[in-house]
Ligand binder design. Structure first.
Ligand code: NAP
Length: 330
C-alpha cells in the first residue's frame, strides 16, 4: 500500500516520504484495520512530523490522526467489514496512507448526511469544541463567545458549536478572506487581526465587538498576543479556554490579573478525555451526531487533495495559510 512516512523528524516538506510498497499494518487485539476513505489534516500532524508534539510516535511513523474509513478487518470489535466510521487513527499507523489502524472504542458511525471528506473532518475539531465549550467552559445561551483563528479548523467548528449553543459569537481572523469565511460560518461579528497591528488597537476592537460585559468565554487556539488581548476583554466570571499555540508563543497567565478580574484560565487537552473520561467523548459524539443530523453543524472543507499532495496541504496548514479543513483522499 501507499503511505507517507517520517523516518527523521523535520519540516513536512523534507521529513515526509511517500512510499508505494509499505506493508499493510497488522492490528493488535485492541485495534482494527481501516481502509482510509479520507484523512483530515490537523495542526498536530505538522507538529508530530516536526517532533514538537506532546506525543512522539516511534520512527518510522505515518501521520494522519483523523479519518473517515471503511472497516477492512474488524477483528473482535463487533463491527462489520465495509462499515463507514469516523474517528482517530492509532499512530504509528496514521491515516496518510491507504490503510490505517484504529481503536474501535474510539470510532463512531460516519454521519450519513456527510460525504467522506466532511465526515473525515467531523471528529477532532468538533469533539474539541464540544468538550472545550461545554464540559470545560460551561457556555450558556445568550453568552458572548470570542473565537480566535475563527476561520481555521478548530475555530470554524467552535463558531458553529457556539451558535448551536445559543451564544453570540465574535470571531478573530487574519485577513479579509478569512474574515468573510468566519462570517459565512455564522459568526455575528469578525475582527481582522491584521488590520490592528498595535496591540492596544486590537484590544479596543475586541472590546467594541464583545460589548460592555466582554467575552464570557474565549476559545483560544493561538496563544501569544491573542491570549494577552483575551485577558483584557474577558467578562466578570469569564472563562478563557486554552486550546493551542499556533502563534508559537505559549503565553504566561498572570494569576494576579485572574484574581482581580474574577476570570478563569481553563486548560483543554481533549485527547486525554479518551482515556481518562471516555464517557464524555461518547456523550459529545451523540450530541454532535444530533447536531449534524439537524444541519446545525457542517464541517467546512476548503480543499480536497490527493494523497500524493499531502505535504502541500500540511505545509500550508502549518504556515497559517489554510482555512477550514484540508482533506486528503487516497
Ligand atoms: N487542546 C486540544 O485538545 C486540541 C485539539 C485539537 C487541536 N488543537 C490545537 O488547535 C490549534 C489549531 O489547530 P487547527 O488544526 O485547527 O489549525 P488552524 O486553526 O486551521 O490553523 C492555524 C491558524 O492559527 C492562526 N495563526 C495565528 N498565528 C499563527 C502563526 N504564527 N502560524 C500559524 N498560524 C497562526 C491562523 O489563523 P488566523 O490567520 O485567522 O489568525 C491559522 O490559520 C493547534 O494548536 C492544535 O494543536 C488542540
Amino acid at each position: 500500500m501507499r503511505a507517507w512516512q517520517v523516518h527523521e523528524n523535520g519540516d513536512p516538506a523534507t521529513a515526509l516520504r511517500l512510499s508505494e510498497d509499505v506493508e499493510k499494518p497488522t492490528p493488535n487485539q485492541d485495534q482494527i484495520l481501516l481502509r482510509v476513505r479520507a484523512c483530515a489534516l490537523n495542526f498536530p500532524d505538522a507538529l508530530l512530523v516536526q517532533g514538537r508534539y506532546q506525543e512522539r510516535p516511534p520512527l518510522p511513523f505515518t501521520p494522519g490522526i483523523e479519518l473517515c474509513g471503511e472497516v477492512a478487518d474488524p477483528g473482535t470489535s463487533g463491527l462489520t467489514v465495509g462499515d463507514r466510521v469516523v474517528g482517530g487513527a492509532s499512530l504509528p499507523h496514521g491515516a496518510l496512507a491507504d490503510y490505517a489502524l484504529a481503536d474501535p472504542r474510539l470510532l463512531y458511525p460516519a454521519p450519513p448526511e456527510l460525504d467522506d471528506t466532511k465526515a473525515a473532518a467531523f471528529f477532532v475539531a468538533y469533539q474539541t469544541g464540544w468538550v472545550g465549550l461545554h464540559t470545560r467552559a460551561h457556555l450558556r445561551p445568550g453568552e458572548t463567545l470570542l473565537v480566535h483563528a475563527a476561520a481555521g479548523g478548530v475555530g470554524s467548528a467552535a463558531i458553529q458549536l457556539g451558535k448551536a449553543a445559543g451564544a453570540r459569537v465574535v470571531g478573530v481572523a487574519g485577513g479579509p478572506e478569512k474574515v468573510r469565511i468566519a462570517r459565512e460560518l455564522g459568526a455575528d461579528e469578525v475582527i481582522d487581526r491584521l488590520a490592528y497591528p498595535a496591540q492596544e488597537d486590537f484590544v479596543a476592537a475586541l472590546k467594541e465587538a464583545c460589548g460592555k460585559r466582554g467575552a464570557d468565554v474565549v476559545y483560544d487556539p493561538v496563544g501569544g498576543n491573542a491570549f494577552a488581548a483575551s485577558t483584557k476583554v474577558v467578562a466578570f466570571e469569564g472563562r478563557i479556554v486554552i486550546v493551542g499555540f499556533t502563534s508559537g508563543d505559549m503565553a504566561k497567565a498572570a494569576t494576579n490579573h485572574a484574581l482581580v478580574k474574577n476570570y478563569s484560565v481553563v486548560g483543554l487537552h481533549w485527547g486525554l478525555y479518551r482515556s481518562r473520561r471516555p464517557e464524555v467523548v461518547h456523550e459529545a459524539a451523540s450530541a454532535l451526531a444530533e447536531l449534524a443530523a439537524k444541519g446545525a453543524i457542517d464541517p467546512y472543507v476548503s480543499q480536497v487533495l490527493p494523497l500524493d499532495r499531502a505535504v502541500e496541504g500540511l505545509t500550508a496548514l502549518a504556515g497559517g495559510a489554510t482555512t477550514g479543513r484540508v482533506v486528503i483522499v487516497p
